[in-house]
Design a protein around this ligand. Structure first.
Ligand code: BGC
Length: 382
């Protein structure tokens, strides 16, 4: 990230701008408190705020609605900033139309088959919102609630703490789940997410973030030229409803082999049953490192045209890579452009989909007295 900061300052100098206006070094010393403004109102009058943060050359805008990353700006190799995350410029579209743009996902990231699972001999029926399955927490998941948000500065870091309490039985899940998510922008410009949750009854939990990345800038076209590397030798094949079959299949010899850097589009049109099921890539990678005590680097995404590079580190065992297959030209994004299939991709660090029904997958059960914790760090450079 030293490289990133130097690039930013060099770019600023070339453009005749004082480096301090770019935020990174200025905020590293001062740690300016994040600021909020009114973004819009829900139909019932509830106010939705937008928080602005900047540190180490990264600029982040976050909504109290769903903890949504509404905008994430980073510089290219010449210090030119672009928003690299898909989103909307108004609250109405977030409420009515969003395919989880930038949102926090809970209680359970990705699918649970038929919205059903059994825990300690008790069966639960969840909200079903994706054919016969439950997706991203059901019809009204964590992305569709207003979170309590507070800004903070801590040393050279700036950030937000977001709280949401999901009541016992919400969307069919047992237990009152208290979720706390911390977004931190470090002085190096890294965006770190720390998730925490506690419950008062045994339940399942799998939190993640649903940013749609396009490192050339949102609305600039497809991500098929982006280069990607994922540290995973296996993935979880799915059935026609995108539920894992339970197999941990080798990526070797398949379009899912990203162990060596290749472009996202390289094999996306290969005739392959798994790609047909997902209308492209919509699969979970089994990270070689497994569950780790600390975040470890697992994926690198790079846009060759701008040089913008995203590195992801996580302590989680899985990575859902979704190539924006269901974007269908019906949404107008932040910059006024229509989003089409493949205009962005998601890299969601998490436990594997449908784990509550898959005894061989790492457990997602959380019990009273335990604290669910998960951390993912996004590092940027150019
Ligand atoms: C899922 C996709 C789904 C998308 C919704 C992804 O996490 O894997 O299947 O369509 O979220 O935007």
């Amino acid at each position: 990230m030293e490289l990133n900061r130097r690039t930013v300052i060099a770019g600023a100098a070339a453009a005749g701008i004082a480096a301090t206006t770019l935020g990174g070094t200025a905020h590293a010393a001062g740690g300016r408190k994040p600021a909020k403004e009114l973004f819009g109102k829900l139909a019932d009058g509830t106010k939705v705020y937008r928080w602005s943060l900047e540190n180490g050359g990264t600029r982040l805008k976050v909504l109290s609605w769903g903890g949504v990353v509404q905008s994430l700006e980073i510089p290219d190799r010449h210090g030119r900033y672009k928003n690299v995350s898909l989103g909307f410029d108004n609250i109405e579209d977030y409420v009515a139309k969003t395919p989880y743009f930038g949102a926090l996902i809970g209680r359970y990231g990705n699918r649970i088959a038929k919205g059903q699972f059994t825990l300690d001999g008790k069966s639960y029926q969840l909200s079903v919102n994706d054919g016969v399955n439950s997706l991203h927490g059901g019809a009204k998941g964590f992305d569709k609630h207003v979170w309590d948000v507070e800004g903070f500065t801590s040393g050279s870091d700036v950030g937000l703490v977001l709280h949401y309490t999901s009541v016992d039985g919400e969307m069919g899940y047992p237990g009152t789940l208290k979720a706390k998510v911390t977004y931190t922008l470090t002085r190096h410009g890294d965006w770190r997410i720390d998730y925490e949750a506690t419950t008062d009854k045994a339940t399942v939990v799998n939190l993640t973030s649903h940013v749609y990345w396009n490192l050339a800038g949102e609305g600039s076209g497809s991500i098929y030229d982006h280069e990607l590397k994922i540290a995973a030798s296996r993935y979880t094949p799915v059935d026609s409803g995108l539920i894992p079959t339970g197999e941990l299949a080798k990526v070797a010899g398949t379009p899912f082999d990203f162990r060596h850097t290749k472009t996202v589009g390289a094999d996306i049109r290969v005739a392959n049953q798994q790609l047909l099921y997902g209308k492209g890539i919509d699969h979970n990678w089994v990270l070689d490192k497994g569950i780790t005590a600390k975040p470890e680097h697992i994926a690198t995404l790079r846009d060759p045209s701008s040089g913008r590079t995203l590195k992801i580190a996580t302590d989680q065992p899985g990575l859902q890579f979704y190539s924006g297959n269901f974007l269908d030209g019906t949404l107008v994004g932040t910059g006024g452009h229509i989003y089409r299939q493949g205009d962005a991709l998601c890299l969601e660090t998490q436990h594997f989909p449908d784990s509550p029904n898959q005894p061989k997958f790492p457990s997602t059960v959380l019990r009273p007295g335990e604290t669910y914790r998960s951390t993912t760090v996004h590092s940027f450079s150019a």
